[in-house]
Design a protein around this ligand. Structure first.
Ligand code: BGC
Length: 353
């Protein structure tokens, strides 16, 4: 499906179609009521079933609130009533599958799914295909084989390699401008630790690999002290960091984290150990992440444009629900994937004289 015009034009077009349809229906009723001719009515309301892999994930919570705002905005601008049914799967794929059953039985026109297990979306896809209900997946990318099963499956997310390269470039840039701000002890090597997200998440593997590769490609002298998996969680990252600070006292100069929440966990441990000089970088630009950036505790982050991210989810879903052409403001790679633009946000850069 291809896009057709911007949101306002499409909405104006829709209003015009509704008037035309009403006129046509009235004419049909007058002329052919006894011939049993039906013209399908334009929808004036849509129901969207949203399932989140967990409700206590900071990034996902940020996305949830913005999707809710976007739904209200859409409703105001289009005059189409949007019912959002948002459920949390609490980390259980089974629970999420049951939520999908319920959404379908409630007559949802489209589903927005943040899969618990991105490798195991085939059941959700089976159910959606059988019911003819399109699915917009987001944040946790199903495997390609599953995505290729039906042309009514979409994905909204960020390009994990691009995120990682931006995260690496943030340090490269700082190192080039102010090496002493990164190589804190001036020994010619930047000693770092790596905090990784869930092993099964596409973002963890790619972010870990490419942030470091970007530093290496730019010939920033780096040495890995250690690393570990903290599953995106602040408390797990804090515990790991505390352990590393004891094992490697006065050694760590940089913490590279796969997301902001784990970066904040590392900062918690650094503050407890009064080692706040250590630089910490994250990814996401979550609300608490941006606060830490603002007050200089977080050196930098890579932030996806969340307004665009959530508008893409909502607008794609609404177009599917209304069986309209897809919005061309959100161009899809291979007709399936929308990659949200991202930017580097950094603090602490002092202008070089
Ligand atoms: C985000 C994490 C989040 C995870 C959830 C990642 O893309 O960076 O903060 O916990 O998605 O799936």
């Amino acid at each position: 499906m291809k896009g057709s015009g911007n949101l306002r034009e499409r909405k104006a077009g829709r209003a015009e179609r509704i008037i035309r349809t009403a006129a046509l229906c009235a004419a049909c009723l007058l002329m052919t009521s006894c011939q049993g001719v039906h013209k399908e009515e334009e929808k004036t309301s849509i129901r969207i079933g949203v399932s989140l892999y967990r409700g206590d994930d900071t990034f996902i919570n940020n996305i949830r609130s913005i999707i809710e705002e976007k739904a209200k905005e859409y409703e105001r601008e289009s005059g189409i009533k949007v019912t959002l049914d948002i459920q949390e799967a609490k980390g259980s794929q089974n629970t999420q599958n049951n939520q999908v059953d319920r959404f379908i039985s409630l007559g949802c026109d489209v589903l927005c799914i943040n899969p618990v297990d991105r490798m195991d979306t085939s059941l959700i896809i089976d159910k959606a295909m059988t019911a003819g209900v399109p699915v917009v997946f987001f944040n946790r990318q199903p495997v390609e084989e599953d995505m290729n099963r039906w042309d009514k499956l979409y994905y909204v997310g960020v390009d994990a390699k691009e995120t990682a390269v931006l995260q690496g470039e943030m340090v490269v840039d700082l190192y080039r401008k102010q090496p002493e701000a990164v190589d804190l002890n001036g020994d010619g090597v930047v000693s770092y630790v790596m905090l990784e997200g869930e092993t099964s998440h596409q973002d963890s593997l790619i972010r870990t690999e490419w942030s470091v590769q970007t530093l290496k490609d730019a010939r920033v002298p780096i040495e890995k002290i250690t690393g570990g998996i903290a599953n995106w969680e602040r408390s797990q990252a804090s515990a790991l960091m505390e352990q590393w600070l004891t094992e490697y006292p006065d050694t760590i100069e940089l913490v590279i984290s796969n997301n902001d929440d784990m970066a904040l966990g590392a900062i918690d441990a650094l503050e407890r150990a009064q080692a706040e000089d250590v630089n910490v970088i994250g990814i996401d630009g979550t609300t608490p992440g941006l606060e830490a950036l603002e007050d200089g505790r977080l050196l930098g982050t890579v932030s996806a444009n969340k307004e665009t991210y959530c508008s893409a989810i909502l607008e794609l879903a609404a177009s599917c629900a209304l069986e309209e052409e897809l919005p061309e403001e959100y161009p899809l790679t291979d007709g399936t994937y929308f990659w949200t633009p991202q930017e580097i946000l950094i603090t602490k850069i002092k202008e070089n004289p």
